[in-house]
Design a protein around this ligand. Structure first.
Ligand code: ATP
Ligand code: FE
Length: 355
């Protein structure tokens, strides 16, 4: 099967070609056009600007991914597109582009949940078989999922407020570092001493795998203001030390809550032996190292996809589409763009909603 994937739910316009079968697929091309520069002056992604830029760039990235893969529309078996969750204008641009292509070619149209794309990435990159425990940790989400099939996600717990990616971005702004905040903080933290500032690690006394990150942001703000009051500003070393303290607080919470999530997952799947991470924050090396260590402790095989597949891309959307297509599922021209779309919505019996 050869699938075209289209992704435009946030600030990356992306298209990719994936070829293969469930469990064994190859990325023939993956084009990502980022919008970081367009939003740089605004301190965050501006939905209207994002939607317009997606509409302008979609045709170009689709053409480019076809030509890089040396594939023509007639070689395709289907067109997969992110149908949510995300910024509605961007999602709509992608869905309209996919509908246009589907109408013109007669190919099946396959709507994909962006989060399913992230959650299935370890299978695309490493052929990781179901079931596995997944920590999906990105700009807008943070959750532990027991993944038992392409459409079978059991949510075990997650953040009760902010997502870590959001906290990275806001904390980078607090420190005067560039956007996106994750990579900027990771760079700064390399030159920092994580023990100089003590930041909170909330909810670790609780026995579930829920997390909270909004207090961390407040603590960063307080630490920065303390330094500004005391000496008028932040030195490079202050920035580095605070970045390191912040990164290790996030890492500690994720690692410790992984232990609880594994425990919970094993109470429903005693044979659970695989753990994977995905989403933009999963490209952080310190966090990956922490998760790798805890996996070894708990006797789990650990998979972390290559960095370019952790952040937003369309290869993960094409692969999620390939799985749906292989299962005989597709959508029609009534496919709607959804701003919110919890992953476990198809399984009402499961443990709660939210982020
Ligand atoms: P979602 O997938 O939840 O809808 P999104 O698509 O915007 O959100 P991703 O592209 O998966 O999110 O991830 C982007 C986030 O990952 C940003 O918040 C960014 O700061 C963070 N990030 C990227 N690289 C790193 C890194 N090296 N360390 C920490 N965070 C990172
Ligand atoms: Fe994402």
């Amino acid at each position: 099967l050869t699938l075209l994937g289209i992704e435009s739910s946030c600030d990356d316009t992306a298209a990719a070609i994936v070829r293969g079968v469930p469990g064994k697929a190859e990325i023939l091309s993956s084009v990502v056009f980022g919008q970081t520069d367009l939003h740089a002056d605004f301190g965050g992604v501006v939905p209207e600007i994002a939607a317009r830029a997606h509409a302008e760039k979609l045709d170009i990235v689709v053409e480019q991914c076809l030509s890089e893969a040396n594939v023509s529309l007639s070689d395709l078996d289907g067109i997969a597109v992110t149908a949510g969750p995300g910024l509605i204008g961007g999602v709509l641009s992608g869905v309209m582009c996919a509908k246009g292509l589907a109408a013109a070619t007669g190919l099946p149209l396959i709507g994909v949940n962006h989060l399913a794309g992230h959650a299935l990435t370890p299978q695309l990159s490493h052929g990781l078989p179901f079931p596995y425990l997944m920590l999906l940790v990105s700009g807008g989400h943070c959750q532990f999922l027991l993944v038992e099939g392409p459409e079978d996600y059991r949510r075990l717990g997650g953040t009760i407020d902010d997502a870590p990616g959001e906290a990275f971005d806001k904390s980078a702004r607090i420190l005067g570092l560039s956007q996106p905040g994750g990579p900027a903080i990771e760079r700064a933290a390399r030159g920092g001493d994580a023990s100089r500032f003590q930041l909170p690690r909330p909810l670790l006394d609780r026995d579930d795998c829920n997390m909270s990150f909004s207090g961390l942001k407040t603590a960063m703000l307080r630490a920065r203001d303390g330094l500004v009051d005391a000496k008028g500003g932040l030195t490079r070393q202050d920035q580095n030390d605070l970045a390191a303290a912040f990164q290790s607080a996030i890492r500690d919470v994720l690692v410790e809550k992984t232990r609880r999530a594994v425990h919970m997952a094993r109470s429903c799947r005693a044979d659970l032996s695989r753990f994977a991470v995905a989403g933009g924050v999963a490209s952080n090396m310190d966090i990956r190292a922490g998760l790798e260590t805890i996996s070894a402790d708990l006797d789990l095989d650990f998979v972390a996809p290559p960095l370019a597949l952790c952040t937003d891309n369309a290869a993960m959307i094409a692969y999620a589409g390939l799985l749906r297509h292989a299962g005989g599922e597709h959508d029609d021209m009534t496919l709607a763009a959804r701003p919110r779309w919890p992953l476990d919505q198809r399984s009402p019996s499961l443990l709660g909603g939210g982020k």
